[in-house]
Design a protein around this ligand. Structure first.
Ligand SMILES: Cc1cc2nc3c(=O)[nH]c(=O)nc-3n(C[C@H](O)[C@H](O)[C@H](O)COP(=O)(O)O)c2cc1C
Length: 176
């Protein structure tokens, strides 16, 4: 039997009962026949990005993060918007990959699940473009009013959103 491809999921929220974390759980379940989702759980332990620290050898947490990304077939990012922008924790993590290029040619699915989210979504698309990740219109999704559409059991309760997420999963699996 062919081994399932591994997708690393990065949550832009470190909140315990994060809607984006619930969404990752929903996607893990919905995609289980297509690929395996592994949640990256220690994003808040990454040091603040500092070019002076971006040397060989990199800090251990950075080394581990980069290794995880390198070995993955793709990356799923689910994130809220904070103050009209990308949450600092997520941006910090991505900044650590600029020089080491783990996102280059890497298939990425991006979902911004927030109250609104347009600004963070647009900003992340710019960032993902400049670091050369492979992302298409079919592998990105903005979910506004996310808290009303995804519950704490990892169920997408809004049918339209569920449809869109299912379509994104299928598109993503096709270009892994
Ligand atoms: C400090 C802070 C700033 C926020 N700013 C925005 C914002 O600019 N745009 C937006 O859509 N939501 C904003 N929100 C609301 C969050 O997007 C919303 O609470 C979301 O559900 C958080 O994601 P999570 O449930 O995965 O933690 C903000 C929340 C916090 C705590």
């Amino acid at each position: 039997m062919q081994q399932k491809k591994i997708i690393i999921a990065i949550c832009g929220s470190t909140r315990k009962s994060s809607t984006n974390l619930h969404l990752i759980h929903a996607i893990t379940e919905l995609s289980k026949d297509l690929f395996e989702v592994k949640l990256y759980t220690t994003i808040e332990e990454l040091p603040h990005f500092n070019p002076d620290l971006d040397v060989d050898p990199a800090p251990i947490k950075i080394h581990e993060f980069r290794h995880l990304l390198k070995s993955a077939a793709g990356v799923l990012i689910c994130t809220p918007e904070y103050a009209m922008g990308v949450p600092g924790t997520l941006k910090n993590a991505i900044d650590w990959t600029v020089s080491s290029a783990e996102f280059s040619k890497k298939p990425v699915a991006l979902i911004t699940a927030s109250s609104m989210g347009e600004k963070a979504h647009a900003s992340l698309l710019e960032t993902l473009k400049i670091i050369e990740s492979t992302i298409t219109a079919e592998t990105q999704l903005l979910i506004p009013y996310a808290k009303t559409k995804i519950n704490a059991d990892g169920i997408i309760t809004d049918n339209e959103t569920l449809d869109k997420v299912k379509k994104l999963i299928i598109s993503f699996s096709k270009f892994l």
